[in-house]
Design a binder for this molecule. Sequence first.
Ligand SMILES: [Fe+2]
Length: 608
Amino acid sequence: MAAMRSTDLPNDTRHQNTASLDLELNVREGEIPEDCEGHAFWLVPTPQQGAVPWFNGYAQLYRLDFQNGGIHLKSEQFRTPSVICDLKINEQPWWSNLTNWHKLLFGRLYKFRNLGGLARLSPRLGVQNQCNTALQAFKDPENNSWRMFATVDSGRPFEFDLTTLKPVTPVGDRDQWEPLEINGIPELGDIKIPWIFPMHMSGAHTAYDENTGEVFIINCLFEIPLSLGAIKPDTYIHIWDGQGSFKTTQIIDEGTNKPVEIKQSTHQIAITKNYVVIIDTAFRIEFLRMLFPDVQAQAQSAYNQIWLVPRADLNGGQAIAKHIQIPRECVHFYTDYEDGDGENLTLHTVLASGHDVSEWLQQWDKRWPTWLEPVTSDFFGSPPGVYDEQGFGKYEINANTGELKSEKHCLFDKFWGVALPTYQGIQGASLSQLQNIWVNYGGYISEITPRRLVELYANHPFRKVPVDDLPQWKESGILRWSPVDMEVKDSWAIERGSVVNTPIYVPKQGQTDELEGYIVAMVTTPSGSEFWIWQAGNLAHGPITKLHHEEVKFAFALHTAWVPSIAPRDASYKVDLRQDMDINNPHYFLPDWIKEIFENDIYPEFDD
Ligand SMILES: [Fe+2]
């Protein structure tokens, strides 16, 4: 098959303005609707240089305020303690090594480095918690104001002030989180890694029950082949009321009578009225590749391992979960809140077959279908393009018995690269019955589809399009999916060379039907970064407003959130970092120059 030079991609999607911004967006085309409600947020990792995965970068947090017919933008770099520590270590002048023998000899052990893969790690300090992936809004239990935290798969969430966008507190004291540590070596006991920034494996998509006010957070110890059994897989669900300590329950697999064992990741969990749904998601975290990125990638499983946990049993102690396997892997999924007392639990999955987003483009990757043509260097580190059709699945499960009652799926011949969904209301909460999902789709772009991954997934059990029949190009755009009718109801394709990034649903003030609202998305065009607005019920009409500003330059967005109102944070909940990250704890044996960074630059940032 002859390779065609398909399109002039926006080639600066790795660049982001990381300055603090506070400005009014300008209209480039159309008119701003005067009845958009509330405030929308985006989390966008800032890609590093080279072929480092774009998801491994400091978070840039954006907020749009829809008010008085104008749209205000605020943006801040999201600096958690480990991010500040990284920045401050790198700011130290080289000559400071000459007057500090410890720093001269051991300074390199404290620097954060990209050892490959998705982690940024300091051998002596631990894993950087970038909180760059998703957002969870929830209501303050005392005054009903909205609060929000940022998340990542490999660290504690961090709550921020909705008005200033400044991080305020980790969610949960460190002693409430189970770190990834080596435990249970015979004769040696547990081996506690002396990291002030330990790795806490979690899931970026937490869940929120708007009826009870509870936030659900997963915390796992993964099976790690390298540990040769020294790390015992374990899984916990933390329930948080936004105020006090977690209520933590260990999750036991009914079939094995052992803790639930995650092999890939738990990127997302979801709740129904009576159950928490845990899926070992198709985002395969490969610990070996974090240390040695040249190691060949392993394929993600084509099947979802699912555990159904009765919420009534999440009382601390242990809860028994039913395990069920369903075909066609997913990274993102949603549930209907109403579950018929557990007899009709409905799962809506975004089918991830033909797309491995735990991978990234490397310098030696060759563009499919060529043998020798490199992928374009502007996209080293980018998530790879797709190499088969995506779509949505729907599964009806009797959660009480673990029976899969029905399975439906729909793959799109036209809409490839189905990406990041949004729906009405608070993201992470479950609607009674999900009616509409809006999602961007990236299309098929051979410049960013590597031969390495096409071959790895050539014999995927659910492959639709044989690899030799992959297209030359497929359009990119945005669509509305009806999980009720299992069909695409509306769609719009963007002009070739531009990309629609993560959308968010924004309601119209006083609306009576969700189709009256709006969809707002980050859009990357050859001329720059823009925010576009569509009418939610009429995508096919095209964007009604295009907004820009010369100072706004964003990279590849991850997840979003929306809340109806914001106010300065006045919640009393706050983890005391001076205790939580106690530099004088002998376990960490920190040198004075690192202690000074905590005293001068980290603790004061989070003091009242
Ligand atoms: Fe996600």
